[in-house]
Design a protein. Structure first.
Length: 381
């Protein structure tokens, strides 16, 4: 196909895909020197104006001409209200019937759903006009924005390939996903974004990279390891890995994970999750929590638990989670966890003999606490 004459224009009324032009060069440079673009893509670093001129003047036209890649400029409104170049998106032929999708967004257009719309336009065109049967997505592990953009368009998440992608002389682990021609164009699973919940002293918020050092201290605390050290995924976990795991389980709809932070300083004081979601009874969830060693004995777990219970029982239509019942499971000797459950209004409903692992090799009775949402109805969720 001849560039730019045969490059189609695709639009949904909000986002437009079109051929690149020299007028886009300033925007391309701005995008490619942005720290997020440098971190997550293979753009030359440092990036010069000549790189942009060569890319749209030689490389993009050549790829259209030999049908190896189909690269579009994204045009959309920026945060300043001006409609202009907002990024690029392309399909690259991988093998017969298969293409790989790649994309990058100008910083001025991020956080507005632009890439989700651009991807939707491109994959429709790729399947209908180019005849692809499957579209692959690859990204460096940790590129959550890229992953969420394809998730919103129905891509499956198919796992991690170690050391698969190269970037400036280094190799990185890669996430891989895919979308087939006849797959639904909507998420197969929820992606939970934990809402910010505030109490008198606390702010429950999504995890941040800066929480890793104190999560590491919590993970290696003797008391915490006594009660949690043999739970799958907890033993020998680092703080950095813990942050990643919290985000991962939010993204796969398995859990809702918060960091418990000081309301005034934002210092990490503990962690909280709702887990066992989407099981046989999707009206139930199980709270789990841990408090940093230097923040214990102050009633913070109870305060956080009360905040999460209020949100979890609130109807979805009112911004809540719409749950009917919350259940806490812990070891009989975990008096701190049991005290928090008691003070938050939970009732001890059952015990399972030797049902809870403790320490390196031990077992003790597992105690079950329950709290029922008396105002729940099937429409709440």
């Amino acid at each position: 196909m001849r560039f730019p004459d045969e490059v189609p224009t695709l639009s949904d009324g909000v986002v437009t895909l079109r051929a690149h032009s020299p007028a886009d060069i300033d925007g391309i440079v701005e995008q490619c020197v942005d720290p997020e673009s440098v971190k997550w893509t293979t753009v030359p670093h440092p990036y010069q104006r000549g790189d942009a001129e060569k890319w749209i003047g030689e490389q993009v036209p050549a790829a259209w001409a030999n049908d190896s890649a189909y690269t579009f400029a994204i045009e959309a409104e920026h945060h300043d209200g001006i409609r202009k170049f907002a990024g690029s998106v392309d399909l690259r032929r991988d093998r017969e019937g298969v293409a790989e999708i790649a994309f990058g967004l100008h910083p001025g257009a991020r956080g507005r759903g632009v890439m989700r719309r651009a991807i939707n336009l491109l994959i429709d065109w790729g399947f209908t006009e180019r005849g692809f049967d499957m579209i692959l997505w690859l990204a460096y592990v940790g590129n959550w924005a890229s992953r969420k953009a394809v998730w919103a368009n129905g891509f499956s998440f198919d796992g991690t390939i170690r050391s698969y992608l190269a970037q400036r002389g280094e190799r990185h682990d890669a996430w891989v996903g895919s979308l087939r021609r006849d797959d639904p164009r909507e998420p197969a699973k929820p992606w939970y974004v934990p809402p910010v919940l505030e109490t008198e002293r606390l702010r429950l918020r999504p995890p941040a990279d800066t929480d890793a050092p104190r999560l590491d201290e919590l993970a290696n605390d003797e008391r915490g390891r006594h009660f949690n050290g043999r739970i799958a995924g907890v033993a020998d976990i680092s703080g950095e890995r813990w942050v990643h795991r919290m985000r991962e389980r939010n993204a796969t709809g398995e859990q809702v994970n918060w960091v418990i932070a000081d309301k005034a300083t934002d210092q990490m004081l503990g962690q909280f999750q709702l887990h066992e979601l989407g099981g046989m009874d999707d009206s139930e969830a199980q709270p789990g929590y841990g408090v940093h060693p230097d923040a214990r004995g102050k009633g913070l777990a109870t305060e956080a638990l009360n905040a999460v219970c209020e949100w979890a029982f609130r109807p979805v239509a009112d911004g809540g989670f719409g749950k009917r019942r919350l259940t806490i499971s812990t070891a009989e000797s975990n008096t701190a966890s049991r005290h928090a459950a008691d003070r938050a209004g939970f009732t001890h409903v059952a015990s399972i003999p030797t049902g809870y692992t403790i320490g390196e090799t031990g077992f003790e009775d597992e105690v079950i606490y329950s709290l029922i949402n008396e105002n729940w109805s099937a429409s709440s969720g």
